[in-house]
Design a binder for this molecule. Sequence first.
Ligand SMILES: [Fe+2]
Length: 477
Amino acid sequence: MTCVSLKPSLSNKNKMTKLHLQALSVAALAFAITGCSSIRHDVAPIHSAYTVQTEGGGAIARVITAAADCPLIEIDGRAQTMTQRAAPATIAARDPGKKDSKPANFPLRSCEAPLPRGTHSAQIGSFAFPLAPAEPKRIIILGDTGCRMKQAENEFQPCNDTKAWPFAEVIKSAAAFKPELVIHVGDFHYRESPCPAGNAGCAGSPWGFGMDVWDADFFTPAAPLLKSAPWVFMRGNHESCARAGQGWFRFLDNTPWSAARSCDDPANDGEADFSAPYSVPLNATTQLIVFDSSRAGLKAYKPTDAAYGKYLTQLQEVDRLASQRQHNFFLAHHPVLAFAPNPTGGPTYPGNGGLQSVMAQLHGQRLFPRNVELALHGHVHLFEAVSFASDHPASIVLGNSASGADVDLPAQLPPGLMPAPGAIVDDFVSRSGFGFASLELIAQAWQLTEYDVQGRAIFKCALKDGKSRCARVGQDK
Ligand SMILES: [Fe+2]
């Protein structure tokens, strides 16, 4: 359960309505009863509170609440009522004929308030929403975090075993770094099928696409890090409309919620499965560009495919955004220039063919605009850093944060193996153990460190001029 301290501050107390104060005192009572910062759904109005980092350095304060209306928030000393983002609802199964299909129940309300760039404080009672500094230098990156329960692949991760599904431990270790910003590279939600009878590893787990799974897979274990820093949320294929897209739009997407962009009605998927890219500045010279690749397929698109046209428009917008800064880090869930292992022992898979086919249309073999120097991804459940002798941006995969690990990539790639035509690898490291990474600006240079679950450094990678140079600094235990 997410923990939010809700004791009203004196300044707020004067401005809050009687209704809100009543709600807050019930929450404070729950606090006293439970003896910790855990608040039960049935008595506490606010279930979760967090900051969504969004375009241009702005942010959004967001809460998920059981209250009948949205709470007051105090932004730079001024109280205002948060706006409702999505009302509680039970949404009919999108595909009722499909096995393991059921309605998605969202009993809680999501509310939000914009926090323009330069906001100094945002509070509900004594809870302060984390805010990024103007120039974040200490960033945590994690990805692919939910507990996989999927009948179609006969895969049931032992969600009840913190060693086998160590997301809470990863969060605890990452929060100890006191990051200024967190990036999640996508795939939050994994519990799509019921735990089979007799399977103690996942017994009792919720399943489906409703709030209970979002709570178990994300909000409860992620709470300490949601409290520490604003998050850049990237959308994975698990958050596409046919899967957990409804929760994505209710809770994590950075644009306004609407019925057309809710994934509730499959008739709107042609729009709701795609999002405009946006940039998050890190300083005057460097920015992140966040791209929604949730529907990207492995095969090259034909120019007549609807997805081709969507991605072409969005990649043209990436080009426009990239022109705003000298240095750009491209963030998309699906790796464009990295590898995926073949679990059957066959040839290693190259980068995403769908995205490559559209990117090549704009930039030829380089695929990326000239001033994109680094690409960060998830999707493949391991850590991987690939640097190129050719003119391609270093590409790093960070999909190893808790969801069932992939098999290892070969320690040495087969000679001549390229993730895309003309992309000649000259530095490559990977590990399949669980963990997370930090991206830090140290003495004017970005450095990425890959950690194990306990926060022990395993690789350090210097990032410079579009290349990564990684050195092993620790061993997996
Ligand atoms: Fe994925």
